[in-house]
Ligand binder design. Structure first.
Ligand SMILES: [Zn+2]
Length: 516
């Protein structure tokens, strides 16, 4: 009875919408039923993020993840394969252990950077040194021999480890302003000081290595409690580690006060030479229009400070679960539904742009691409990517999405073409209608994106589940649509800076031999 009442009520509320939401469409009903009653998200998340772990390009874990995904798809009766598109420097992260050993003992929170050259299992023990006040490049050269035999601290000592929201909540307005002003000034002074050496933040590192430093200690604070961003090492032979703000600033103060702290760093890793790198591609073949494609898209790789849970474990889970559900409730789609789990997005959309370059026959027959890559949150915005008619088909498809999910989504039509950021840009550049399903932040930029805290526990499964339903319904609607989508592009506005009309982005040339 309750159900019947609800149905009548919703019919009344949505009477202005299309037939799809008025009649109970069994496929749409079944997508939701399967998503809610038989969700595989938690187990998939556990296997991918906890068991396999981070998926840095060129690592054995990336390869394991590709193999795992192919096996999963096959277990669901979906054909899948790994398609090689390039090669990358092969590297495997080993044990990192960092301790302060003088003047007292304390185990420190930190890790080696990606592609770190690695130490022996015994590690390296040495005193720390910070950059001096630099007058000019000559005085810097004179000072350089001081780094010999030392770990060099190359990040500014942050004045606070509290995020700004925390200051905003508890500080007096005056002291919050004072802190921000001082920090800005300190950052400016720090940057100018490095500049006077004749180097910048990046190029100074090889100079320090050449001068005989035994290691580089960095700290890339991500402006939240306990979060640092972890990227790649820039040293050839000596270890590069990132130490979290709390411990890094303590060490820095100790050096400044003449305590001569020493640290012991074990940062083992393996150089694996050159390894092939892949995209995992799976598909459910279309029955009526097998040569037209609806593409589900999410990059598979990650940085490796955490386990890549929200960048882009959650996008990956959305696409896998949507494919599983579609195969079960919509096994004979009109158009082919293909999923791309791209490699090496993080180094510049390399897997997806290779796919676009290698498969022109697919790209010219794309009905729509749905990409998700900005965290665990429910989708809150979709823009028409600069396709003039996108309003027509996207809003038609969105009308089939249950109101509980659709009501959160703000749409912008015709929108603008993506010029980077994630893999949808690779398709847009080739003129294919590709859309980003853009998520609510959940403090993505500070707390999880490329950080040491991008882990399973940050996943909000209710939101991910809602994204699965959205994606599966959009894929179904795009597949069933009577018409092929229009690719007509908007006329882009005049660029304020150049005074010239902006042009549509052009396909980027992928890096196919990376890190070598
Ligand atoms: Zn990403």
């Amino acid at each position: 009875m309750k159900k019947l009442f609800f149905f009548t009520l919703s019919l009344f509320l949505f009477s202005t919408f299309s037939v799809f939401s008025q009649e109970k469409n069994p496929v749409i009903e079944n997508i939701q039923k399967e998503a809610y009653e038989n969700s595989q998200l938690e187990i998939l998340g556990h296997e991918l993020l906890d068991d396999i772990g981070p998926r840095l390009v060129g690592t054995p874990q990336m390869q394991q993840a590709h193999d795992w995904a192919v096996a999963k798809y096959k277990s669901w009766g979906i054909s899948a394969e790994n398609q090689q598109w390039g090669e990358w420097k092969g590297w495997e992260r080993g044990i990192t252990h960092i301790d302060m050993v003088y003047p007292r003992i304390q185990t420190l929170d930190g890790t080696q950077l990606a592609w770190n050259p690695g130490t022996s299992s015994k590690g390296v023990t040495a005193e720390l040194i910070v950059l001096p006040e630099i007058k000019d490049s000559i005085s810097f050269k004179k000072w350089l021999p001081n780094v010999k035999g030392k770990f060099v601290m190359v990040a500014m000592k942050q004045p606070t480890g509290r995020p700004d929201e925390n200051w905003k909540e508890f500080a007096t307005p005056e002291s919050f302003e004072k802190m921000k002003t001082e920090r800005e000034e300190q950052t400016k002074v720090w940057d100018e000081n490095i500049k006077r050496s004749g180097y910048d933040r990046r190029s100074i590192i090889p100079a320090l290595e050449e001068a005989g430093a035994v290691g580089i200690v960095d700290s890339y604070w991500s402006k939240g409690f306990g979060v640092n961003k972890i990227f790649g090492a820039r040293t050839k032979k000596i270890p590069s580690v990132d130490i979290e703000l709390e411990d890094y600033t303590m060490l820095y103060r100790m050096v400044e006060h003449g305590d001569k702290p020493k640290i012991h760093v074990v940062a083992e890793s393996k150089d694996l030479g050159r390894v092939p790198t892949f995209n995992t591609i799976a598909e459910i073949k279309g029955t009526e229009k097998p040569d037209e494609y609806v593409i589900l898209s999410a990059h598979f790789d990650s940085w490796d400070g955490g386990t890549g849970a929200t960048d882009n474990g959650t996008g990956t889970l959305v696409m896998m679960e949507a494919m599983r559900i579609l195969k079960k409730v919509y096994p004979n789609p009109k158009r082919t539904i293909l999923v791309g789990h791209w490699g090496s997005e993080e180094q510049g959309l390399n897997g997806s742009s290779s796919f676009v370059a290698d498969h022109p026959e697919i790209v010219s027959n794309i009905q729509a691409v749905f990409n998700q890559d900005n965290g665990t949150g429910r989708v809150t915005s979709i823009n028409g990517a600069g396709f003039l008619q996108s309003y027509d088909y996207m809003s038609r498809w969105l009308r089939a999405v249950p109101d509980t999910i659709r009501k959160n989504i703000e749409t912008t039509f015709p929108g603008w073409p993506a010029r980077g950021g994630s893999d949808n840009a690779s398709f847009v550049a080739a003129g294919a209608p590709a859309f980003s399903l853009s998520s609510l932040s959940w403090n993505y930029w500070n707390y999880t994106w490329h950080t040491n805290r991008d882990t399973y526990d940050k996943i909000v499964f209710d939101d991910v589940q809602s994204n699965v339903i959205l994606t599966a319904i959009l894929a179904y609607m795009a597949s069933e649509d009577d018409a092929k989508t229009s690719r007509e592009q908007v006329i882009l506005p005049i660029d304020d800076k150049t005074g010239e009309r902006q042009t549509w982005p052009t396909p980027r040339v992928p890096e196919r031999k990376g890190g070598m």
